[in-house]
Design a protein around this ligand. Structure first.
Ligand code: 2HG
Ligand code: ZN
Length: 465
């Protein structure tokens, strides 16, 4: 007898060929999840189309069969937005990985959704240009996934989020139709900008299959400074002084515990011997001597004020890269403790008070847990990672952290902040969405989803139910 699963599998094989429909246990596990590990994946199959037309055929088939689809890119997400947990079909964009064409006048590049971020960065460099959205997972994350999560990263303070670099995109809707949105135009006020709705929609409106990305001029001689600071308030004073004096391309922070872990587990050197409660990492262009002198002047001013205890500035590209590793390698280093992650934000101006309130709750509620603070403080975005003690079972740990999250999110709400600054909502944050978005906003989101995806097959259960 033929089961419905067998029917859909044979139709999928007909569309893409048998070797592009995977059902073995390893592939189901690998493609059925992202970097989150709290939920066990259970997809029905993985399909790897090679063309936009194949994606459309698969979506039409899924709509007929009422089979849910989870779009899958580099699977580096941290909110379980790409986790297939209950019989969904995983549609992986890996094979749509071609850079289709480059326009040097418009400074745009049209690429398949499966192009890896580092591939785009490399391509831009070869053209004498720059793709500035960057993060630790750029070697595996894909452009389609970056767009679907509006990925941020380490240069947002200067270059913005992925949204700011999407000049156009193609979307296969939940009915299999193809929308070509904005077509690379700089100016286009002819009605609603549907492209912006799709960016950050986590695959709930359809599948991003292609994008036209903008590029910019490359930076000249980026210098990296790491500063030891005694407290959070000082970090914000340092930020203010540097932002008034020079243009920063990054302003990140991490705690002493983050530094200890990353130095120990990645075999890196401490930036300097003086211990500090927190560290700020700054990046800026230093094309000539006067630019560097200006930055050094600001550094000295911060030392005189007592906001900075010690510091180091890179003298070569290799040194800059190593200093960056102190910050960029934190998330991967912490993964061995399966941390409970918070990715919260507020206005930069409110960060000092916000931090003090969060710190008080966290210190009172998690006395026996290790807490690691780091993040994009120049954007008002903190990553608060709570490490699981080895002896505690996962369910108990998640439950305890979930309780404290409520208190953390009440503070986020009070400060008009976001429960997900850059990682998206996925499955992990949807119970907390109401702390950041009003019931009316969520209801409008649901109605919009119905227009793009009337059968509700596109990544259902993500963001909201
Ligand atoms: C980072 O900024 C990433 O390093 C990951 O957004 C943050 O793992 C995290 O919590
Ligand atoms: Zn981050």
């Amino acid at each position: 007898m033929t089961s419905p699963d067998n029917n859909i599998l044979s139709s999928l094989r007909h569309i893409v060929g048998s070797e592009r429909v995977l059902t073995d246990a390893d592939s189901l596990l690998e493609y059925g999840r992202d970097w989150t590990r709290a939920i066990t994946p259970d997809p029905v199959a993985v399909v790897l189309p090679s063309t936009i037309a194949e994606v459309q055929d698969i979506v039409r088939l899924a709509a007929r069969e009422r089979t849910a689809i989870v779009p899958s890119g580099g699977r580096t997400g941290l909110s379980a937005g790409a986790v297939a947990r209950s019989g969904e079909l995983v549609l992986a964009l890996d094979r749509l990985n071609r850079i289709e064409d480059f326009n040097p006048v418009d400074r745009t590049v049209r690429c398949g959704a499966g192009v890896v971020t580092a591939q785009l960065q490399q391509f831009a460099e070869e053209q004498g240009l720059f793709y500035p959205v960057d993060f630790a997972s750029s070697g595996s994350s894909q452009i389609g996934g970056n767009i679907s999560t509006n990925a941020g990263g380490i240069k947002v303070i200067r270059h913005g989020m992925t949204r700011d670099w999407v000049a156009g995109l193609k979307l296969v809707t939940g009915t299999g139709e193809l929308l070509d949105l904005n077509r690379g135009l700089v100016k286009n006020n002819a009605g609603y900008d549907l492209r912006q709705l799709v960016i950050g929609a986590e695959g709930t409106l359809g599948i991003v299959v292609e994008a036209t990305m903008s590029l910019s001029r490359p930076p000249h001689n980026l210098a990296v400074m790491v500063l030891g600071v005694p407290d959070m308030a000082s970090i914000m004073s340092v930020l203010g002084v540097f932002q008034d004096g020079i243009e920063l391309s990054a302003f990140e922070f991490f705690s002493e515990l983050a530094l200890e872990k990353v130095v120990e587990h990645q075999g890196l050197q401490r930036p300097f011997a003086t211990p500090a409660a927190y560290y700020a990492l700054l990046e800026f262009e230093a094309p000539d001597e006067p630019a560097m002198e200006k930055a050094m002047g600001l550094f000295e001013h911060c030392v005189e004020q007592g906001w900075v205890l010690d510091g180091v500035v890179s003298q070569s590209v290799a040194q800059a890269r190593n200093l960056w590793r102190l910050r960029e390698d934190i998330s991967e280093t912490l993964s061995r403790w399966t941390p409970y992650k918070n990715d919260i934000s507020t206005l930069v101006s409110r960060v000092p008070a916000f931090l003090a309130d969060i710190e008080a709750v966290v210190n009172a509620s998690y006395p026996e847990f290790e807490i690691v603070w780091y993040g994009h403080i120049g954007d008002g975005n903190l990553h608060l990672n709570v490490l699981k003690p080895d002896a505690m079972v996962m369910d108990e740990f998640q439950r305890r952290c979930g309780e404290v999250s409520k208190q953390v999110f009440e503070i986020v709400q009070r400060y008009g902040g976001s429960v997900s600054a850059e990682h998206g909502v996925g499955l992990l944050k949807k119970d907390y969405l109401h702390y950041s978005r009003s019931p009316l906003e969520v209801e409008i989101m649901r109605q919009i989803k119905r227009v793009f995806d009337p059968q509700g097959i596109m990544n259902p259960g993500k963001i909201f139910d």
